[in-house]
Ligand binder design. Structure first.
Ligand SMILES: Nc1ncnc2c1ncn2[C@@H]1O[C@H](COP(=O)(O)OP(=O)(O)OP(=O)(O)O)[C@@H](O)[C@H]1O
Ligand SMILES: [Mg+2]
Length: 205
């Protein structure tokens, strides 16, 4: 099974992925977690170009193709082999992020994005996708709280620095994706406590 987590900054994806991994492992499943952009050596190099503040000033087309280049490598060299070995793969962001951020957030043409998707990863879709939905300001506050900490000195904040409007469009984009893919996508109220969000995810699984 291939499970993805989606949602805006600070919605709780990374937190919930770890809890779901622990819960599935406790039931005896073999689970790997991974993330996008990145997940393989080559794709992590592309991640640096995309998410670092000084990673580059990409045109929308170049940016979309870089995301899907990284995703192609990730799918071919990590996700497909793990699924073939019977593992559950949980991925922090996947294609829906590109549709939501570049498409609904930045207004990049959705048909073009889907064409690039088709060339890059064919029909590869997650079996289940959890869309963690939260008020934009609340999510950004959570993300900001973490970034103010002196934990990892992360400068991966190129997207978080974008305007509130962008994040509102992004949120609505995710909800549209969920409506279009009702069997695959579960919208989860991410404003609840960490434990309650986890329980909602477990019951959907
Ligand atoms: N349900 C929750 N209630 C309150 N705080 C939460 C909740 N879930 C996560 N947090 C806290 O919010 C912050 C962001 O959570 P997390 O890193 O899991 O989000 P994320 O979606 O992975 O963010 P990003 O998109 O930046 O990677 C963390 O400090 C986390 O502990
Ligand atoms: Mg995260």
């Amino acid at each position: 099974m291939f499970i993805t987590f989606e949602g805006g900054e600070g919605s709780g994806k990374t937190t919930q992925i770890q809890l779901l991994k622990d819960a599935l492992e406790a039931k005896g499943h073999d689970v790997i977690t991974t993330r996008e952009p990145g997940g393989t050596i080559e794709a992590e190099k592309i991640r640096e170009l995309l998410v670092q503040r000084d990673g580059g000033d990409w045109t929308p087309t170049a940016e979309a193709m870089l995301f899907f280049t990284a995703r192609h490598m990730h799918v071919e060299t990590k996700i497909k082999p793990a699924l073939a070995a019977g593992k559950i793969v949980i991925c922090d962001r996947f294609t829906d992020s590109t549709i939501a951020y570049q498409g609904y957030g930045h207004g990049f043409d959705l048909d073009t994005l889907n064409a690039i998707k088709k060339v890059s990863i064919g029909n590869m879709e997650p079996d289940k996708t959890f869309i963690l939905d939260i008020d934009v300001t609340e999510g950004l506050t959570r993300a900001g709280k973490r970034m103010e900490g002196d934990d990892d000195g992360s400068t991966e904040d190129r997207f978080e620095r974008m305007k509130i409007d962008f994040h509102e469009n992004l949120r609505q984009g995710y909800l549209t994706i969920a409506k279009q893919n009702p069997n695959r996508c579960h919208v989860i109220d991410a404003s609840a406590t960490i434990d309650d969000v986890h329980l909602a995810i477990l019951s959907a699984i």
